[in-house]
Write a protein that binds this ligand. Structure first.
Ligand code: UDP
Ligand code: MN
Length: 397
């Protein structure tokens, strides 16, 4: 399926799902019919067990064996409480785990909890809406913890929002920046700002307000609050950018395959566009209590391999690629809920031009071409931050 065909068929899916949207209604008719069948089939046998017990009990009374009758009554009560009551509540199973597994692998899944759009709250007091763009691959446990947490956190703030998991499903190296570009294009224009949000970073202090970034990008995970990175130009973790500003700087570079530097290159873009970065002010929770970073570095290894001339190219500002040039197609879109928190999973296949960025696949060549010192290189173009290992990075997790 080409991306063009997909965009046409699924145009409504790309809307930020709103309460009572037509998409939600048309889809939910399917769900309710299955749900009713399931509900009814559950009731078929239960009354017969119950009525058998009642008739046994009345027989006992008729032949005046009251002690036995009391025992039978107790037994009936026991059976009633343990079997009949739980199933009669009609509570759908919590299918979050299976639904998420299926959606991330591109399979269809019927989730009894799911009513697309129905349970995403709308806060009329908030005149804006945020698309949370979560670049993602193989972080399943983190996802199950992140989604319900952030959804509840933002509902408490009464912020209109919708969560998009931008799941990279190709075999290339992870490319956080290109996934954010793709997520931006696939998310709805109903959302007037985006949150570029790591899946493993949970805001813990309710004073972290995910406000519409009117005056310039708002860096929620500021260097003095992030558990790991503390250098002054750091803008990773959680960054809010309004749609116009994201377009204005042409999104992020698509040259960053593997871990690191794509956010530093984005910082250079914002700086060049004279956008000043805002940060939370007087928070007393410091860099240990403000966020929870659910990242075990031995389990979730950062892909720091360099190959071909990757180091040479990626240490400099990219003026060629960005939102306007990102190459990808959408393999599928799934709407699921994780513990009643609605999420859109975008399964994205990124494309790589191996003539431009051969390091999108390092399996053939893991050697690194040492960087050359070019004469006349504009110092402005170097985007690598000067780090003091002791003060700028904490070995968390
Ligand atoms: N990420 C992912 N799968 C990967 C690598 C990264 O989902 O294989 C996403 C995930 O959202 C993660 C973010 O990219 O939180 C940043 O990567 P990571 O946590 O490794 O970087 P850190 O900020 O901890 O150095
Ligand atoms: Mn991390």
């Amino acid at each position: 399926m080409t991306s063009l065909e997909y965009r046409y068929d699924e145009s409504k899916v790309r809307k930020c799902v709103r309460h009572g949207s037509s998409y939600g209604k048309s889809k939910s008719s399917n769900f309710s019919s299955t749900y009713t069948t399931w509900k009814n089939s559950d009731h078929i046998q239960k009354p017969s067990i119950f009525s058998k017990m009642t008739s046994a009990f009345t027989t006992m009374l008729r032949i005046r064996r009251s002690a036995t009758a009391v025992w039978v009554l107790a037994l009936c009560l026991f059976f009633f409480i343990s079997f009949y009551l739980p199933s009669s509540s009609n509570a759908p199973c919590d299918c979050s785990h299976d639904a998420a597994v299926a959606a991330l692998s591109g399979n269809a899944y019927h989730d009894h909890n799911m009513q697309p759009g129905e349970d995403s709250q709308v806060f009329p007091s908030d005149k804006h809406k945020m698309a949370l763009l979560i670049p993602f691959r193989d972080r399943f446990e983190e996802l199950l913890e992140f989604v319900p947490h952030i959804h509840a956190f933002l509902n408490t703030q009464r912020k209109n929002h919708h969560i998009y998991i931008i799941n990279q499903v190709d075999n290339l190296r992870f490319n956080r920046a290109s996934l954010l570009n793709a997520g931006f294009l696939e998310s709805s224009v109903d959302c007037d700002y985006v949150a570029m949000h790591d899946v493993d970073l949970l805001p813990m202090n309710p004073a972290l307000i995910y406000e519409f970034p009117e005056d310039g990008p708002f860096h929620v995970a500021a260097p003095h609050l992030h558990p790991r990175y503390h250098y002054p130009t750091f803008i990773g973790g959680v960054l809010l950018v309004k749609r116009d500003h994201f377009r204005m700087v042409d999104g992020l570079s698509n040259k960053y395959w593997g871990w690191g530097l794509e956010d530093d290159e984005f910082f250079a873009r914002l700086k060049e566009a004279n956008l000043s970065i805002q940060r939370p002010g007087n928070l007393t929770s410091g860099n240990k209590e403000t966020f929870k970073h659910i990242h075990d570095r031995r389990v979730r290894r950062r892909d720091m391999i360099k190959c071909y001339n990757q180091q040479e190219v990626t240490r400099r500002r990219d003026r060629e690629t960005g939102l306007s040039t990102v190459q990808y197609h959408v393999q599928s879109i799934k709407e699921i809920t994780i513990q009643n928190s609605p999420v859109t999973i975008l399964n994205i296949v990124l494309e790589c031009d191996k003539y431009v960025t051969p390091w999108c696949d390092c399996t053939e060549n893991v050697g690194n071409v040492p960087r050359s010192h070019k004469k006349g290189e504009k110092s402005d173009d170097v985007i690598v931050p000067k780090l003091n290992r002791k003060t700028h990075i904490t070995q968390d997790g």
